[in-house]
Write a protein that binds this ligand. Sequence first.
Ligand code: FE
Length: 196
Amino acid sequence: MTQTQASPAKRTKALVDTLEDLGLLPDGTIDQLIHDYEEEINWRNGAKVVARAWTDLAYRERLFSDGTAACAEMGFEGVQGEYIVALECLPDIHHVVVCTQCSCTAWPVLGLPPNWYKSPEYRARVVRNSRQVLHEMGLDLAKEVNIRVWDTTAETRYIVIPLQPANTIGWKEAALVEVVSREAMFGIAQIVVPER
Ligand code: FE
């Protein structure tokens, strides 16, 4: 006998109904979760961490010595952020993040993972052929730049702190937040700000 699989929407509804019937889902839980992950818990938090690391040397030092505490200091903590490690890009060292087993990200600062990050192709290839994969994703690094690939394991979650573009030195933190991209905090892009 063949079994047809219900659509994701139907399965989700069945799960929610069951949890409600059992009294395990207080009113408003789902709406609150959707609100939280759409509005509060996303990569824009990470952009604030990056901008502060670029402008506040003491914060930068705290961030690289204890990423979890430095993110929590800005209010970014919680599930999938129990052990955050910030990776410092240098002119000759570039960091890129992957989860070869699945799709783990540091939710409090990066939010839920983007689709490309979850793809089997990225997860398999970036480890073995990182320079080529970065090229295909639009990032060409000079030969002299060493690439370090960080595989997310157990509870460790990474955030890449990209190089600050030279033409933004002296900018206010709030303006810098706006130039940080999600891709740069995974290490598949650098921050480039066109001259105005
Ligand atoms: Fe994972």
